[in-house]
Design a protein around this ligand. Sequence first.
Ligand code: FPP
Length: 238
Amino acid sequence: MDSTELMIPNHIAIILDGNGRWAKKRGMPRNYGHTQGSKAVEQICEDAYKIGVKYLTVYAFSTENWKRPKEEVEAIMKLLRSYLKTSIKTSEKNNMKVRVIGDKSKLSQDIQDSIMKLEESSKKNTGLNLQVAINYGGRDELVRAIKSISLQVKDHTIDLNDIDETFLEDYIDTRGIPDPDLLIRTSGETRLSNFMLWQMAYTEFYFTDVLWPDFNKVELMKAIEYYNSRTRKYGSVL
Ligand code: FPP
């Protein structure tokens, strides 16, 4: 199929997986894989936007990732720190609006400050909407939403009958962001790993053996072709 005929998903979510294995294959430390993975994120943001993707969400650090060895967690935090700082410039250059999803309150104060700065400085940008999931878990997100709603019921600010699906959407981290049309998970794993449980109710899933640092525009187009083959076959996939 001619790529100009392809229907481009509005929102793509990605589980970046395989950094460690990519590094091991090269006899390098896992953290080298994360560094290369971070470069692949930057490149895919540009590629995705150029082909017409409006929203991109990447799973950078899950609530479960704290269980990794201390040195690896520290190295990933260092990488995220530097990513958040350089993103202030790159988001300006690429007209990209960045939002971090997840429980930010558990991150170190300087990371929280960088997130605030980046979100604030990029909020008026009209290009790609990039969501970076840091200390994110789908179950944790729902628990936080439920707690916040419960407090208001308790205070009689809202009535139990006010709560429906649309109401809840205002309490989750992705408020205002359309649900993903396509999920991509790299490295051959086929689990959802607690990613966007609420938002992915109708999302199309694409799995590839490619390790995240090797994921590029060619691989992205393969995922989009797969998405097109599914939507052509089943129409609006609900
Ligand atoms: C996935 O590979 C790696 C992670 C989930 C860790 C953090 C991701 C990055 C550092 C990418 C950078 C992201 C941004 C937004 C800058 P893995 O360690 O699970 O690999 P493995 O399954 O081969 O061990």
